[in-house]
Ligand binder design. Structure first.
Ligand code: FAD
Length: 321
């Protein structure tokens, strides 16, 4: 099923989706598969599987995505990057998706590899829009295509001097007009910034578009700091103050505060956009506890849960790694 069709069918009812990454080891994969079984009971509208820049995880990504789609019957979306890679890898991924009933692709540019690699780089692909056009050209409307956006502006490398939504906006509009069906954002912790971004996009586009905010639950203070640094997401003072030095090392406390914060961010976005933004994408980092608690405790999201109490028991007895 196409994500965009499922969203339309909901007619504004709140939903959520989960992102997973393919584990490196067999043991990691076994743990994730067990967890995926439990997390599918949370009734996400769809799940996404990340793609290592340059195609480094291609077969693991495809395997995991096919398992999600076929074995777990989850509507699945494959992330796909197009730079520093060969057209063959892209073609193979699209064909594997097509052959296995996966109808959703998140079309991305990707970051340059950290180490110089010898890959047959295809100059046809410079930006994500080139991949959007390529998929539409090869497969017509078969795929539902998502694209990435940055509520605080995209940062190239580490130079954040040009970080602004105005800089990216024309290119985002181009991606949407080239045939993208929905937008998923980079993680953020400043809901005001997301709302400003959403309103600007809507105004500049001149029509509605599905924008799904990307949210990363806070599992530990260290991971929170790392994620915000890497993604150049700002921490508003009111959020920073939730984590005074004496709680930063208490993972359970940090997690609880993070769960409440996420629920507040979801509520704020829903209210400020008058329910126009009704879907929330969780970067799970392959962990289940925080996400399960967020959807269970959120009055907006919990109606999607059909087995909430049963699930709570299941997660309490499961380990996180
Ligand atoms: P683009 O839309 O191409 O934009 C990249 C930059 O180029 C922006 O600064 C934009 O303003 C600028 N730009 C765009 N078009 C033009 C143009 N025509 N002329 C000049 N400038 C232009 N990476 C992975 O490797 N694997 C993943 O699985 C993955 N998943 C992601 C999921 C989400 C939701 C997000 C937000 C990001 C993800 N990324 C992933 C990271 C992403 O690949 C990087 O952020 C990358 O640097 C930009 O990708 P993009 O698709 O946004 O690029």
């Amino acid at each position: 099923t196409k994500i965009i069709d499922k969203i339309k069918e909901l007619k504004g009812e709140p939903f959520y989706s989960f992102e997973f990454f393919p584990p490196k080891t067999d043991n990691g994969l076994r743990n994730l598969l067990a967890r995926l079984g439990r997390m599918s009971m949370l009734n996400p509208l769809f799940v996404t599987v990340t793609w290592g820049a340059g195609g480094t995880t291609s077969s693991k990504t495809l395997d995991l995505a096919i398992t999600c789609q076929k074995d777990l019957d989850l509507t699945t979306c494959i992330h796909l990057t197009c730079t520093n890679t060969s057209k063959k890898l892209i073609d193979n991924a699209l064909k594997a998706a097509y052959d296995n009933g996966i109808k959703n692709i998140l079309a991305l540019r990707g970051d340059p590899p950290r180490e110089a690699q010898e890959v047959a780089v295809d100059q046809d692909f410079k930006y994500a829009i080139d991949l959007v056009r390529y998929i539409r050209g090869q497969y017509g409307d078969y795929f539902c295509i998502g694209v990435a956006a940055y509520p605080e502006g995209h940062v190239e490398g580490n130079d954040d001097s040009e970080q602004s939504i105005d800089h990216d906006m024309p290119y985002l509009l181009e991606k949407i007009n080239a045939g993208a069906d929905f937008v998923v954002t980079q993680l953020f912790y400043d809901a005001d910034k997301f709302c400003t971004f959403y309103n600007t996009l809507k105004q500049r586009l001149g029509r509605d578009v599905v924008v799904i905010p990307g949210l990363m639950p806070i599992n530990t203070y260290q991971l929170f700091q790392r994620a915000t640094n890497l993604s150049h997401a700002s921490i508003p003072p009111a959020v920073g103050q939730l984590f005074p030095p004496d709680v930063r090392h208490d993972d359970d406390k940090v997690k609880d505060i993070g769960v409440k914060l996420m629920i507040d961010i979801v509520d704020q976005i829903y209210n400020e956009t008058h329910g126009e933004v009704n879907g929330y994408h969780f970067y799970t980092l392959n962990l289940e506890k925080s996400v399960a608690q967020i959807v269970d405790k959120s009055s907006l999201l919990s109606p999607r849960l059909t087995v909430s109490s049963r699930f709570e028991n299941a997660i309490e007895s499961s380990s996180e790694d």
